[in-house]
Ligand binder design. Structure first.
Ligand code: CP
Ligand code: NVA
Length: 306
């Protein structure tokens, strides 16, 4: 039984579907005034080494909204910052809390914490994956399109942590995914190889953003330089310019195509103000869904129901 959420490829289709189904129910119930207490008496620790607005507040709000408690620690304030080993940190925190939610740089950090933690470790973004985000993004697609079947779902831009988690979601959930990335910024071949072995639908990496956007049902964009890549931001502006989601590129997609952006957005870089604020953008519903999804994730992992 998998109790940690480190990468989507570690789960079965029915497990990922359970997170999505539960999040949709919790959202509907909250909207109709139901108060949830499924995590009453439980506590989580958020251990964050990178900045966050949405993920931090949506996890905290999710936990409080399920009747639980939260302890937030920025890594600078912990003994980790002074060299205490991850394996000691994991074993200690696991005696105090019911789950550890981690935002960090290397995937090996969450891997090692999970190896030594008796409570679920949840990846709240690493350089390699952003699995909780993609679960709420897939939920947003289902809300808008009814299902994932027969959709052209497109990723434009960097083959980064978000792209990797989209690839793994497509592989496990069995939907088709088209990515368009500049040369040298494609997702890793090893990750694609593993995804292709499981995938029931094509996962295709193209160079041309126009070919990718044509007839799309869903277009995803993200920043061109992720957290930790600030030194490359200037150089990337030119390389990624053809991948900007503007009204001209969006016009190639289907008329009812939706636009997703995990935020924060850099307007006039990866997306124009017009598109982000336009009628086809669901970026703020997508941001809301993080909270409902995080409730589902915490409930199913902590209560051992996944
Ligand atoms: N989308 C997302 O992860 O946002 P934050 O960096 O604000 O958490
Ligand atoms: N790819 C981005 C996602 C931010 C939510 C980053 O890692 O900075």
């Amino acid at each position: 039984m998998n109790t940690h959420l480190l990468a989507l490829q570690d789960f079965t289709k029915s497990q990922l579907q359970s997170f999505i189904d539960r999040a949709l129910v919790l959202k509907k119930e909250k909207k109709s005034g139901v108060f949830h207490q499924h995590l009453a008496g439980r506590t989580i620790c958020l251990l964050f080494e990178k900045p966050s607005t949405r993920t931090r507040v949506s996890f905290e709000s999710a936990m409080y909204g399920m009747g639980g408690q939260v302890i937030f620690m920025s890594s600078k304030e912990t003994q980790l910052g002074r060299g205490e080993p991850l394996k000691d940190t994991a074993r200690v925190l696991a005696r105090y809390v019911d789950a550890i939610v981690v935002r960090t740089f290397g995937q090996e950090v969450v891997d090692e914490l999970s190896e030594f933690s008796d409570v679920p470790v949840v990846n709240a973004l690493t350089d390699l994956h952003h699995p909780c985000q993609i679960l709420s993004d897939v939920m947003t697609v289902i809300e808008n399109k009814g299902s994932l079947e027969n959709l052209k779902i497109v990723w434009l831009g960097d083959g980064n942590n978000m792209a990797n988690s989209w690839i793994q979601a497509a592989s496990v959930l069995g939907f088709s995914l088209t990515l368009a990335c500049p040369e040298g910024y494609e997702p890793s071949p090893e990750l694609l190889h593993v995804a292709h072995k499981v995938a029931k639908q094509p996962i295709t990496v193209l160079r041309d953003p126009v070919e990718a956007a044509r007839d799309a049902d869903v277009i995803n964009v993200d920043v061109w330089a992720s957290m930790g890549q600030e030194d490359e931001a200037e150089k990337r502006l030119n390389i990624f310019a053809p991948y900007q989601l503007n009204s001209k590129l969006l016009a190639l997609a289907k008329d009812d195509a939706i636009v997703l952006h995990c935020l924060p957005a850099h307007r006039e870089e990866e997306i124009t103000e017009e598109v982000l604020e336009g009628a086809q953008s669901v970026a703020f519903d997508q941001a809301e869904n993080k909270m409902h999804m995080h409730k589902a994730i915490l409930e199913l992992l902590i209560n051992g129901d996944i």
